[in-house]
Write a protein that binds this ligand. Structure first.
Ligand SMILES: Nc1ncnc2c1ncn2[C@@H]1O[C@H](COP(=O)(O)OP(=O)(O)OP(=O)(O)O)[C@@H](O)[C@H]1O
Ligand SMILES: [Mg+2]
Length: 263
């Protein structure tokens, strides 16, 4: 079958009974350590879906599969009703913008880290994207601003700031699907506010999957899916899940109490 070459993706996503183990081996399937166990869900074009759950629940693994960093062991993932295996890899990835949990930056300027040397993205577009996302102020404060050279492992930029640069990169590419895997590391409250605002902007009118550790970020999601040990335990809107008195409510109360008890 000829691989589809979509000019534009609508952004309809479907997971159909997806099973996944990092150590999956066709010949010994019974040995697999399942990380995802029968995951099924649908995301309509333009919807924002949030994934929450304890560390190790399988949230990042879901996006590793969507972008085909790994292949599903069983089941199917469809984008616009076509199995993602049918797409050419570079086209698939072109349509999916990613802001990952650990942002990797090259020891190069902020500008080049955003454009990745794609000459069709102008400096002006980068400035506009940064302003739109509310991330321009911190870049303007760097020596040499957009031409400031980032250290690969240096501590000059905080985790949150690295994520903001990655937001601008994703935004400038204007993908049909946006994936945001929030950093787990501590982010100061000022940067946290910037990230919340940038999240709202970048996900607006775009199919989005937001993996959130701070539940405050995702209260407006169309649907929140709560994961535990590789399964979706419950899903619904923030309000629906609070009424259920299930896992989400428990997570929410823990975070809320922790916040209120901070000195
Ligand atoms: N590259 C890998 N190779 C083998 N096992 C992995 C790999 N990445 C993750 N795992 C395992 O898969 C399980 C799910 O991990 P995953 O990263 O999807 O969790 P998560 O929900 O994103 O957690 P966190 O909130 O800490 O980011 C964990 O048990 C983890 O140890
Ligand atoms: Mg993760």
């Amino acid at each position: 079958m000829k691989k589809p070459r979509p000019g534009k993706i609508q952004g309809y996503i479907e997971f159909k009974d997806v099973w996944f183990a990092y150590d999956y081996n066709d010949e010994q399937p019974e040995e697999a350590n399942w990380v995802l166990k029968g995951i099924s869900f649908k995301i309509l074009p333009g919807e924002i879906i949030a994934l929450v759950g304890a560390t190790g629940a399988g949230k990042s693994s879901i996006i590793n599969l969507l972008n085909r960093f790994y292949e599903v062991s069983k089941g199917e993932i469809l984008i616009d009703h076509v199995n993602i295996k049918e797409y050419k890899l570079h086209l698939l990835r072109k349509h999916i913008g990613m802001v990952l949990q650990d942002v990797f930056l090259f020891s190069d300027s902020v500008m080049n880290n955003i454009t990745l040397y794609n000459s069709s993205i102008s400096e002006k577009q980068v400035h506009e994207a940064a302003i739109k996302l509310g991330a321009s102020a911190f870049i303007e404060q760097l020596p040499e601003k957009y031409h400031f050279v980032v250290q690969e492992r240096g501590s000059v930029l905080s985790t949150g700031q690295r994520q903001l640069i990655s937001f601008i990169r994703a935004y400038a590419y204007n993908p049909s699907i946006l994936i945001l895997d929030e950093a787990t590391a501590n982010v100061d409250s000022e940067t946290e506010d910037l990230i919340t605002k940038a999240t709202e902007n970048i996900t607006s009118k775009r199919t989005s999957i937001v993996i959130a550790h701070r539940l405050a970020t995702i209260q407006n999601a169309h649907k929140i899916m709560v994961m535990d040990h590789g399964e979706i335990m419950e899903s619904g809107s923030h309000k629906e899940l609070l009424e259920k008195s299930g896992l989400y409510k428990k997570l929410f109360e823990i975070q809320f109490n922790t916040l209120n008890n901070q000195p």
